[in-house]
Design a protein around this ligand. Structure first.
Ligand code: MN3
Length: 207
């Protein structure tokens, strides 16, 4: 759970998300980028044994309490660790292709419909200047929010609990989509496993 952090295994083959996300992108993204955030987070925390008991989510949530000397490194690499761990988990072949149950109702209540959520989140993530993420989060009042953050920032730092995140760094899509971020985001909806997002939603609400 805490330090030293390990790269979580993918729950599926690197080519399992094709044609929407190609195997080479998955190989580099998981094996190089996420491994890099993992290594850099561990290096930053090495001399701070009082922080070793915390999960990466706890570190990112309590960023303001992290010693200033490593706060930037934890923000970027702890965020990178948490964000990618969520990203791999919510993608999977074979799951529900659209939200249903309580999550489906909550999406309808917050956005109007599933299509409206895709428009809102696609717009937020599409407009994020430079590297960043698009998010579906549960806010402090329990209401769903669509948002985007820069770099590896995570909504946890602002008191929101992310249940779905889409990586819009160029390393997530450039081999297949080059500059066409909107095409990548449109295709990405095809690989979201809404069963896992629904579990995240229940957990975020403390159920
Ligand atoms: Mn990434």
């Amino acid at each position: 759970m805490g330090y030293p952090f390990e790269l979580p295994a993918l729950g599926y083959d690197q080519n399992a998300l094709e044609p929407h996300i190609d195997a080479r992108t998955m190989e580099i993204h998981h094996g190089k980028h996420h491994q890099g955030y993992t290594n850099n987070l561990n290096a930053a925390l090495e001399d701070y044994s009082d922080l070793h008991e915390f999960s990466a989510e706890q570190l990112v949530t309590r960023l303001a309490d992290i010693p200033e000397a490593i706060r930037g490194a934890v923000r970027n690499n702890g965020g990178g660790y948490v964000n990618h761990s969520l990203f791999w988990a919510i993608m999977a072949p074979g799951g529900s292709s659209s939200p249903s149950g309580e999550l489906g109702s909550a999406i309808d209540a917050a956005f109007g419909s599933f299509d409206d959520l895709k428009t809102a989140l696609g717009s937020a993530a599409g407009k994020q200047f430079g590297s960043g993420w698009g998010w579906l989060s549960v806010g402090p009042s329990g209401i769903l929010h669509a948002s985007a953050t820069a770099n590896q920032d995570n909504p946890l730092t602002d008191g929101f609990k992310p249940i779905l995140g889409v990586d819009v760094w160029e390393h997530a899509y450039y081999l297949n989509y080059q500059n066409r971020r909107p095409d990548y985001i449109s295709a990405w909806w095809n690989v979201v496993n809404w069963d896992v997002v629904a579990e995240n939603y229940s957990e975020a609400r403390g159920e």
